[in-house]
Design a protein around this ligand. Sequence first.
Ligand code: FPP
Length: 230
Amino acid sequence: MTTAPLQHLALIMDGNGRWATRQGLPRLAGHKAGVTSLNTLVEALVRQQIPYASFYAFSTENWGRSVEEVTGIFALLEYYFTQELARLKAHNIRLRFLGDHSEASPLNPRIRAIIANATAETAANTGTTLLIALNYGGHDELVRATRKVAASGQEITAQTLEAALDTAGVPPPDLLIRTSGEQRLSGFLPWQLAYTELYFTPTLWPDFGPAQLDEALAWYASRQRRFGKV
Ligand code: FPP
């Protein structure tokens, strides 16, 4: 069996803090370097015409970090989805956001407006779709989706649930990459990753570039995907 072309890549960008600590820098410097790494990687994904890529930017659990770190990460997110928006648009990138961005969420109105604007401004683009998980938790997504189906009066089936997920209409990830040596999913896309190939690399996120991406894609190409069949 040959491996079908990769439609959707999921990435857990881990190791920014350790990267900074190893350089004797504050953790936030690691997140800044992480954004630079993200920029380079997005260009590589566009070049390779990968249809969908999901990034774990901020989880529902990340609110437990220090106020200073949370504020710093949000400053970077705001910067990225405003200052870098023109460049993303020039690459024909469509942005979608995963997670709870409702009024009841802990997100402030400014970031909620930035999310809505970045989504609307890129909605008609036809190149790579970037799905950014922001205030995202896998259990939270499944609870919200189940409530949505129940409220609609539909029967709860795999199809109705899937259509109520934040990723509705997007094929499930073929490959997940997690950097920094940790081998867990940390609540990222639990439904969608059920049959995904998992790739763990010790490389820290700020050091993960196009060459490391190529290595991961070559590994993926060597996999035999059986989806539970022989
Ligand atoms: C994990 O590293 C990284 C995060 C929790 C934040 C990721 C955020 C960015 C790269 C910046 C903003 C993102 C976008 C999409 C513009 P860690 O801090 O857990 O590292 P550690 O495990 O070494 O402490």
